[in-house]
Design a protein around this ligand. Structure first.
Ligand SMILES: NC(=O)c1ccc[n+]([C@@H]2O[C@H](COP(=O)([O-])OP(=O)(O)OC[C@H]3O[C@@H](n4cnc5c(N)ncnc54)[C@H](O)[C@@H]3O)[C@@H](O)[C@H]2O)c1
Length: 357
């Protein structure tokens, strides 16, 4: 079985994760790595001496041997790269969001759906063992009728103005994953919503947002997301969970980024499953993609560009809704400066910016 030749574009934090997983798997041969930063290219030489390291992505698109491109730069370059990839007949694994604005996102959805090529996007929660286990439990009828989906993800993560400027405020950059997973569980489209946000440290954009509402099928949701969780605490912590309530039982999950715990309380079964968290599940994504490519049958679990466009659109809509309500500012820019300074020198923290060393 010949490995699939892949070119990676964007070799920052996420690009590094993909390289690591692809190097471990016989499915893949990383033929190229492209990054516009000389420092990242130098790092790529060290990590992947077998790959060709380039600064111009055209070399990858023009090489007929390359079957797949991995697009892991930032949102501002994604649309063009996706267009070039499809034009060159390459399959695509993309990071989210799939473009930097909604018009471009829907353009690339259209392109992907007409291309006849395989594409997916890293909505990583869908590839996690814990959400799969909960969804299977629900499908077996154990909690009765699905009624309420409660999702919360609060960490002392990426601070405002620190990076990812093209990916939007925290509720878009990170929050779109939770918007997506709520929709995935509900198996329905958003119908109504009401969002409340707060401009922590008086930053121009909200860095905490809570939204609740309904889906077309009557399922109710609430999503809370914020990277405002004790950034200056002596010992940092986070709070991340999903809580699913049915007409008869419940299913829930929490994690500490190392271990995830799923608790299932159904009508015939009570179960507690504790397993390694699994990080961004990039191994699963890459395996499903490789298997789909080889078999010619798309793995039904692989997220579609359309899913990412919808999640992104609703994350923006919830942010817009919050701006139409009272959006207080609490905390000071000086506190934010202190947070950025602390994060610059931290070696072990939440969502720290990538340093090549
Ligand atoms: N799915 C997830 O859970 C998840 C998590 C974090 C980040 N992301 C997404 O992944 C993407 C990358 O994030 P990151 O944290 O790795 O960022 P990063 O800043 O660590 O890395 C980005 C890299 O891309 C390079 N780059 C920028 N423009 C380029 C271009 N036009 N061509 C080639 N290289 C270019 C930069 O030099 C940098 O090395 C973002 O779009 C982000 O939204 C997704």
């Amino acid at each position: 079985m010949n490995p699939i030749k892949v070119g990676l574009i964007g070799f920052g934090r996420m690009g590094g994760f993909y390289l690591e997983q692809m190097q471990k798997s016989p499915d893949w041969e990383v033929a190229y790595i492209c990054d516009t930063s000389a420092e990242s290219r130098q790092y790529a030489h060290k990590k992947a001496p077998e790959a060709k390291i380039v600064s111009d992505e055209r070399e990858i698109f023009e090489d007929p041997q390359v079957q797949v491109v991995g697009l892991f730069a930032l949102a501002d370059s994604r649309r063009e790269q996706i267009e070039r990839a499809f034009a060159a007949g390459k399959h695509v694994i993309a990071e989210k969001p799939i473009a930097e604005n909604q018009v471009s996102e829907w353009k690339v959805v259209d392109l992907a759906e007409k291309s006849g090529l395989l594409s997916t996007v890293n909505l990583y929660l869908r590839n996690s063992w814990y959400h799969q286990a909960i969804r299977e439990f629900i499908a077996r009828g154990e909690i009765g009728e699905l009624a309420i989906i409660r999702v919360c993800h609060m960490t002392p993560g990426l601070a405002p103005g620190e990076g990812h400027e093209y990916e939007g405020p925290a509720f878009h950059d990170c929050g779109m994953h939770y918007v997506d997973i709520a929709r995935w569980y509900a198996n329905s489209e958003f119908r109504t919503w009401h969002a409340q946000a707060l401009r922590m440290w008086s930053y121009k954009d909200p860095w905490w947002l809570q939204c609740h509402g309904t889906f077309e099928n009557g399922v109710v949701f609430d999503i809370t997301q914020g990277h405002v969780y004790g950034q200056l605490a002596k010992d940092q912590t986070h709070n991340s969970y999903i809580d699913i309530i049915g007409s008869k039982g419940i299913a829930r999950m929490t994690h500490d980024f190392k271990t995830a715990v799923v608790e299932l309380h159904g009508v015939t079964q009570t179960q507690r499953i504790e397993k390694p968290y699994g990080g961004k599940n990039i191994d699963t994504l890459c395996r499903r993609f490789a298997e789909s490519l080889r078999s010619g049958v798309r793995d039904r679990h692989l997220p579609q560009f359309r899913d990412a466009a919808i999640a992104s659109e609703y994350a923006w809509r919830f942010l817009d809704d919050a701006r139409n309500h009272d959006m207080p500012a609490i905390g000071t820019p000086q506190e934010l400066d202190a947070i950025r300074e602390r994060r610059r020198t931290m070696t072990n923290g939440y969502g720290l910016l990538h340093k090549h060393n």
